[in-house]
Design a protein around this ligand. Structure first.
Ligand SMILES: Cc1cc2nc3c(=O)[nH]c(=O)nc-3n(C[C@H](O)[C@H](O)[C@H](O)COP(=O)(O)O)c2cc1C
Length: 350
């Protein structure tokens, strides 16, 4: 059942309802704290959900500033000092971040009011949020006034300060590792849930993708990319089932709200278990590979071993690290007390 609004309906919507709807329509958005400072040295911090990537080279980011019909500290400070910081919001600071949207006086610092710590990098004068795991320092590049009075503010990235756990070897960020928050509307915060990483999209891969609409197949069908077979029956472990869903047809308001809540709650729990299941499955797969590889020594608990692949596809385990020779490195592992090989990052054995 769909709910449809035409142009006239939209114009007639109740004001609050309309604001909530319009603010939610663009889906999940990033939640960032923008830090700035005025020429008197007063710091400022405010939450923004309109931060966007504008380009990688030159490295530009932007955000939408609401109309300046009332004093806007972030905007004024950027005008005065030409710089600002963008700090990603995560699970542990989301409440504080939300309340930075309170209208504070120009000389009141949200850092102090919300007990968030200021952090400074070299001679860059705008404050970073110490607690954030992804912090960016930007130099003001320009602004564009939009027809509705909002402004697109553009900044050039000149500092990036990341928690080590968040960055992958290829430069992309694994935001779920630091519980980065997403926001819908102006008051609903979400934790991201990693689904899948796709290769760079090429036209000739579309056919293959359409042949295997994996998302549409039930979860308990397991497709093996290498053998190109659905092999749930061959797995030694159970394969998962879909999230439970209480469906409802014509219920009263109370029941509808209840059904939505319970579905949300059960889905969240289900997704958590699914995530754990996927972790175990990954561990299982790696261990199967390592245990099936060639090695003629007895691995020791706590030691790091490296898995390599020969040209004929055969795999072998060695203690020689990948930088010491030119072999195809598959992965590195630490043997734990339960004789399980735990995958480790390069940085852990360097
Ligand atoms: C979740 C959320 C997202 C927001 N996103 C924006 C935004 O993208 N642009 C904006 O101008 N204000 C946004 N606001 C409102 C500002 O946070 C608010 O106006 C704040 O008081 C601005 O502070 P300042 O005057 O210190 O700059 C948002 C508020 C919330 C709660």
């Amino acid at each position: 059942m769909n709910l449809y609004f035409n142009k006239e309906d939209i114009e007639k919507l109740d004001k609050r309802f309309k604001v909530n709807l319009m603010n939610s329509l663009s889906g999940y958005k990033s939640a960032n704290l923008i830090g700035s400072i005025n020429s008197k040295g007063n710091t400022n911090l405010a939450i923004f959900s309109s931060v966007i990537h504008l380009g990688s080279d030159p490295a530009l980011m932007g955000f939408i500033q609401r109309p300046t019909s009332v004093p806007r500290d972030t905007y004024n400070n950027i005008q005065e000092n030409g710089c600002f910081t963008i700090n990603q919001v995560h699970k542990n600071i989301v409440g504080k971040a939300h309340y930075t949207s309170v209208r504070f006086e120009e000389d009141e610092s949200e850092f102090q009011a919300l007990q968030l710590q200021e952090e400074y990098l070299q001679d860059f004068i705008a404050p970073f949020v110490k607690e954030s795991f992804v912090k960016i320092g930007l130099q003001f590049e320009g602004e564009h006034l939009l027809s509705n009075g909002c402004r697109l503010i553009i900044g050039k990235i000149i500092h990036i300060n990341l928690d080590k756990t968040v960055i992958k070897k290829d430069g992309s960020l694994q935001l779920e590792a630091v519980d980065t928050i997403a926001v819908s509307g102006l008051d609903q915060y979400y934790l991201g849930n990693f689904q899948k990483r796709y290769p760079y999209a090429k036209r000739h891969d579309i056919k293959q993708q359409l042949k295997m609409p994996k998302k549409e197949r039930p979860d308990n069908v397991v497709y093996d990319e290498e053998t190109k077979k659905y092999d749930a029956a061959l797995k030694k472990y159970g394969t998962s089932v879909g999230a439970p869903l209480i469906e409802f047809e014509d219920l009263g308001n109370w029941k509808r709200m209840g059904s939505q809540k319970v579905n949300h709650h059960l889905e969240t729990r289900y997704l958590k278990i699914k995530e754990q299941y996927q972790e175990v499955l990954e561990l299982y797969t790696w261990n199967q590979r390592v245990y099936n590889s060639k090695f003629n020594f007895e691995p020791l608990t706590g030691s790091i071993y490296h898995l390599y692949q020969k040209e004929n596809g055969e795999e072998f385990l060695s203690q020689i690290p990948p930088e010491d020779w030119k072999k195809t490195h598959v992965g590195s592992f630490k043997l734990d007390l339960d004789r399980v090989f735990i995958k480790v990052d390069d940085s852990e054995f360097e």
